[in-house]
Design a protein around this ligand. Structure first.
Ligand code: ZN
Length: 246
């Protein structure tokens, strides 16, 4: 692989304002973008987000469970009521072009030192990796030194030393680069719907040359997104949660 800086984004959830804030803050610092899925679902701007993400340079993009739901690929009964309502709204809004693009996306890819999956390498679309025990089992499900995941909307880093030491959860420090060491599972958090009680959009900058992971946050205009959600008739609770990041 060419040595480069990669912008890592996940769980955009049709929040164009948050995505634009991330791209503006990361401006010119990256040569490639890896997007870990859930481009749509919950938010008011599904087509705009798909279009903008597609235009990003050297893009690798995965499909997430909400993208599959919006395509009618999975039964909506697997979602709670709000997610279900948001998914049907998204389904009715998606343009043919957005649909075709989402349909073309893989659920897991591996290249060079990295495996990418929306949820987990073991169950790429559905499983959440939230604790060291689940991470431990997932270390057996990929071969590369590093695996990047999204889905939980929580910025998390798990490490398992190659000599088969214990899997541990590493604390994420904002604005401080983390040195990558084999082997790790890393989650950048969510651009469009953070759930770690911090409403700012979350993403990471990966340096594949220096092997560093740089977790970042950026403020965006939450009330503007909430207004568009209400105008679209999306669930109020989903708009409210953006304010405090839960
Ligand atoms: Zn998501």
């Amino acid at each position: 692989m060419q040595l480069m800086k990669v912008l890592i984004i996940s769980d955009i959830h049709a929040n164009l304002t948050a995505l634009e804030a991330v791209l503006e803050q990361a401006a010119d610092e990256y040569q490639a973008v890896w997007c870990l899925g859930d481009l749509v679902g919950y938010g008011p701007d599904p087509n705009e987000c798909v279009e903008l993400i597609r235009s990003l340079p050297n893009l690798v993009c995965l499909i997430g469970n909400h993208d599959q739901a919006a395509l009618g690929k999975i039964p909506l009964e697997r979602f709670n009521q709000d997610a279900r309502d948001a998914a049907s709204w998204t389904k009715s809004e998606l343009s043919g072009t957005s649909e075709a693009y989402l349909l073309s996306l893989p659920s897991r890819v591996s290249f060079d030192d990295f495996t990418l999956a929306h949820g987990s390498p073991r169950q790429p679309v559905w499983e959440y990796i939230l604790d060291p025990a689940t991470a431990e089992m997932n270390f057996l499900a990929f071969e590369t030194p590093y695996c990047l995941v999204g889905h939980s909307h929580l910025p998390l880093v798990f490490r398992r030393p190659p000599e088969n030491g214990q899997t541990e959860l590493k604390a994420v420090r904002w604005d401080e680069p983390l040195q990558l060491r084999p082997r790790m599972i890393l989650n950048p958090g969510s651009v469009g719907q953070p759930r770690d009680m911090d409403p700012r959009a979350a993403y990471a900058m990966l340096d594949t040359e220096g092997l560093t992971w740089y977790p970042q946050r950026v403020d965006y205009d939450v009330p503007a997104v909430q207004r568009r959600m209400m105008e679209a008739g999306l669930p109020e609770r989903q708009a409210l949660r953006l304010m405090s990041g839960w």
